[in-house]
Design a protein around this ligand. Structure first.
Ligand code: BEZ
Length: 254
């Protein structure tokens, strides 16, 4: 699932995550089918979060190790019976140990994609596979645009690159630089119904947009962003839908 192997700007809280972000593993269940885990394989789940998809991979018969940068998320994953450890994605401590590396919704949090991909490559046995999903180019463009407008009005600059949302070419080039062969790579829009509003989404995920603000300003700015998006992102039924774009790939260690 998610998680910031490197996201000092986001405070991850397992209870809030389960309440506001269960769609993250739920909508990526078929990424496990892309992985096709087999009995006896060793799989690394990079950014395991609370361990929902990690458990699904284990249920397929693989031995799974989860890593996440958030101690709170690792504790929650362990409570769910996952073999989980705190680790930064940019400095993975594995060498030739896994048949596959799996990652859902974590890679876009990194500030150094090359370091993460090199570590994933190093963690794999020769011919091992890396199967991952992250936000792709255009992901949450409307949310970022609304945040830019509101922050401008408050005289606050939006961070230059709050997340890493690559194009197909950028992701493919990064994988090749790390030594992978790209077998499959796709970019697709996935409008995503949210369990709460944009204010709750921003609390759960929006750390990079709202960093270095006082708590009062954060709340005021989050409500102003939500108000801007209401005409286009809240349906007649009251359900908010975020403009997610996903990038998925299967890459093989050369
Ligand atoms: C995503 O999963 O697409 C995402 C998560 C957090 C912030 C932005 C996007």
């Amino acid at each position: 699932m998610t998680h910031p192997a490197s996201a000092p700007t986001q405070d991850w809280q397992p209870a809030r995550y389960t309440e506001q972000a269960s769609f993250v593993p739920a909508l990526a269940r078929d990424l496990v089918s892309w992985l096709r885990p087999r009995t006896g394989e060793r799989v690394l789940d990079l950014g395991c979060g609370t361990g929902v998809l990690t458990a699904e991979i284990a249920a397929a018969g693989a031995t799974v190790v989860g890593v996440d940068a958030s101690p709170a998320m690792v504790e929650a994953a362990r409570a769910a019976g996952i073999d989980a450890h705190v680790a930064q994605a940019e400095t993975l401590p594995f060498d030739d140990e896994f048949d596959a590396v799996f990652s859902n919704a974590m890679l876009h949090w990194t500030r150094d994609i090359d370091a993460v991909l090199r570590g994933a490559h190093r963690a794999l046995h020769e011919d091992g596979r890396f199967v991952a999903e992250l936000g792709g180019t255009g992901n949450i463009a409307a949310i970022i645009g609304a945040a830019r407008n509101v922050l401008d009005a408050y005289g606050v600059a939006l961070p230059a690159a709050p997340w890493y949302f690559p194009s197909l070419d950028e992701m493919s080039d990064a994988l090749r630089r790390a030594g992978f062969h790209v077998e499959q790579i796709v970019l697709f829009g996935r409008p995503t119904p949210l369990p709460g509003g944009i204010v709750e989404w921003l609390e759960t995920f929006g750390g990079p947009l709202l960093q270095r603000l006082t708590p009062e300003r954060r709340v005021a700015i989050a409500h102003a962003i939500e108000a801007r998006l209401a005409p286009t992102h809240r349906g007649a039924d009251g359900v908010w839908v975020a403009d997610y774009v996903r990038l998925r790939f299967i890459a093989r260690r050369g």
